[in-house]
Design a protein around this ligand. Structure first.
Ligand code: HEC
Length: 119
């Protein structure tokens, strides 16, 4: 199994995998392209603090929170997600300090793809 495939398999699992996934992401930065979507999903469900799933419904991530807009209905494109995540919006916290530009890009692309805004 390639390191990238290994990394992809780890992402869906719960618990301590977030730490391992973060370490692997550092160890194998070359995976960032191929597994960007998996990385974005992990950021959406775990890495971002507070987690996006706390406030947003997104079917692909298994969340149904109603504090923020339902992303399946909003279908924001990647640019719109990245802006909201980086700068915050209303009561949504800004993640510009806690997430790297690469992580913001990954979660933005993940949301856009998961909601069908981008293929
Ligand atoms: C504490 C709750 C909370 C968390 C955590 C949160 N959001 Fe939000 N989010 C909101 C609220 C509330 C809004 C609506 C803000 C408004 O329109 O005033 C929003 C709006 C958005 C929008 C729409 C932006 C727009 O242009 O209308 C996107 C996309 C989004 N959030 C994505 C995310 C992602 C991705 C994460 C995780 C990195 C996240 N949110 C974390 C509460 C949250």
């Amino acid at each position: 199994m390639t390191p990238c495939a290994f990394q992809n398999r780890l992402f869906p699992s719960a618990g301590g995998a977030a730490v391992i996934a973060a370490m692997l992401a550092l160890a194998f930065p070359a995976c960032a392209g191929g597994s960007e979507e998996a990385m974005g999903k992990t950021i959406f469900t775990k890495t971002a603090q507070p987690s996006c799933t706390l406030c947003h419904a997104l079917k692909d991530a298994g969340s149904s929170a109603e504090i923020g807009p339902n992303l399946d209905e909003l279908k924001p494109d990647a640019e719109r997600v990245a802006k909201a995540v980086k700068d915050g919006l209303g009561i949504m916290p800004a993640f510009g300090e806690s997430l790297s530009d690469e992580q913001i890009k990954a979660v933005a692309h993940y949301v856009a793809r998961a909601t069908g805004a981008a293929k």
